[in-house]
Design a protein around this ligand. Structure first.
Ligand SMILES: [Zn+2]
Length: 164
């Protein structure tokens, strides 16, 4: 396994649409393992293949229990609403407020091509939406109704330190 470089906002690849995965081979398995390692190293909750400059429909989501490998993922059900802070490994040092469904059900293939369904609420539901949007070339900053100012951002981390 190897760490992949995470590209950041401004890189044109992040704005392109990813193609479906059709070959479930060793190359795919290596990419998925590398993405998992890269996500853990970056302390993130989700990572999509375009963020490591690969335009394929693959993402990894940490649902709190395991790292889900999602190949060709699609949202098949959603309900409710949540309003919260969102960040992205490709938009470093920024956070914005984004409204998302509070419950999301998706279907996705694994590295062998087998279809599974996964459900998530709150952070996991948010993460499913965020990562799948990456596959269509979208960043959460387009959906955020408020991006935190430098002062708000710093206050967030000052609070965190007091809580720790
Ligand atoms: Zn992101």
């Amino acid at each position: 396994m190897a760490l992949r470089k995470i590209i950041v906002e401004g890189h044109p690849t992040l704005r392109k649409k990813s193609r479906p995965v059709e070959k479930f081979d060793d190359r795919l398995a290596t990419l998925i393992d590398d993405m998992k390692e890269t996500l853990v190293d970056a302390n993130g909750v989700g990572l999509a293949a375009p963020q490591v400059a690969i335009l394929r429909r693959i993402c990894i989501v940490d649902n709190g229990e395991e790292l889900l490998e999602l190949v060709n993922p699609e949202i098949i059900e959603q309900s409710g609403e949540q309003d919260g802070l969102e960040g992205c490994l490709s938009v470093p040092d920024k956070y914005g407020r984004v409204k998302r469904p509070n419950y999301v059900k998706i279907k996705a293939q694994d590295r062998h091509g087998v279809w599974h369904e996964y459900e998530g609420t709150e952070l996991v539901a948010r993460c499913f939406c965020h990562e799948i949007e990456h596959l269509d070339g979208h960043l959460y900053t387009e959906k955020a109704y408020h991006m935190l100012t430098d002062e708000e951002y710093e206050a967030l981390f000052t609070d965190d330190e007091e809580d720790a």
